[in-house]
Design a protein. Structure first.
Length: 324
């Protein structure tokens, strides 16, 4: 997980010594916004109009942040309008690469480039920053629109409605004030919390992350005992943002990141929620557990120096039934 500095690649891990053993996530570098008419969005400049075929999404099946965008691409009927390239699950000295495999890695379908960092350098030749996915690329302007997953899913939620005719709304205006604090807690203690526990390099940093993580899982278990979804009877982006962590939890975070007080399968309500959302519409097609398990155990040699990929039990997620 290296980074670019003035356009040059450096194979360096996060400097946890500078933060007392804590993992500190970098901020997204590109924050532009696609809108229906090309006007400016909540962040960034305008001139990014929703058009069929104009945008390309670079993703990893392993990455939960990229997974959000794959889910919304399916939920909002955008598979025929936004094409994708999938990186290889092994993220080693060169970061994300466009090597192909027979389990879903496609190579770079736009430019045939070897590394994800090359996409960043096409946008900003002297780029400084981490090379992460997802990357939402604008073919017309030849630049990156955004690499912030939480904002990309909101663009996909509404900007293309007139093109697809799909008006399903996962960010409803009347629930936004309720959704935001739930999103904030889930992001800090669950979505990012598993990384703060897994990448901690001191006992204190690990303890500071793992107990709030399970405190929030206990809170979510109780909440889902009273409501079908996090906001009641309506599924929203809060559910999907949580779900991409839950679907990975027992296969990688429980063992690899030492988040092992409980498994998700030990929480009846969270496990039922995880299985239901897996079975929602075409969402199951966005899940590639082979890439997920391979990536985490093979790529993080600071945690797993011998790169041994465990033989996990197979999860019974049920069969997709076309709901949604």
């Amino acid at each position: 997980m290296g980074q670019l500095v003035d356009g040059k690649w450096h194979d360096v891990w996060y400097d946890t010594k500078a933060s007392g053993g804590k993992f500190v996530r970098s901020n997204a570098a590109f924050r532009n916004w696609i809108t229906a008419d090309g006007s400016a969005g909540p962040t960034g400049e305008g001139e990014f109009k929703a058009e069929s075929g104009r945008y390309h999404l670079y993703v990893s099946y392993a990455c939960p942040w990229a997974h959000r965008t794959l889910v919304f691409r399916r939920l909002k009927d955008l598979t025929d309008h936004i094409d994708i390239s999938v990186v290889h699950p092994d993220m080693l000295g060169d970061g994300w690469t466009f090597e192909k495999d027979d389990l879903g890695a496609t190579g770079d379908r736009l430019f045939g480039l070897p590394f994800a960092r090359d996409i960043y350098l096409r946008a900003v030749p002297d780029m400084t920053g981490r090379v992460t996915v997802p990357i939402l690329w604008d073919k017309k302007r030849g630049t990156i629109v955004s690499n912030e997953s939480s904002e990309i899913i909101r663009m996909l939620n509404s900007a293309f409605n007139d093109i697809t005719g799909n008006t399903d709304d996962y960010w409803p205006e009347d629930l936004r004030a309720e959704i935001e604090p739930v999103n904030d807690r889930i992001y800090d203690t669950v979505n990012n919390g598993v990384y703060k526990a897994g990448f901690a390099t001191t006992q204190a940093a690990y303890d500071e992350a793992v107990y709030p993580l399970f405190g929030t899982l206990d809170w979510l278990e109780e909440r889902l005992g009273e409501n079908r979804y996090l906001m009641g009877d309506r599924i929203t982006e809060a559910d999907w943002r949580l779900w991409t962590t839950l679907i990975r939890f027992d296969s990688v975070y429980h063992l690899h990141f030492k988040c092992n007080i409980k498994r998700i399968i030990d929480y009846p309500n969270l496990w039922g929620f995880t299985r239901e959302l897996y079975q929602w519409g075409d969402v199951a097609q966005t899940v590639n557990l082979d890439h997920i398990v391979r990536h985490y155990h093979y790529s993080h040699d600071t945690i797993n120096p011998h790169r041994i990929v465990p033989a996990n039990p197979r999860l019974d997620l049920g069969h997709p039934h076309g709901r949604g």
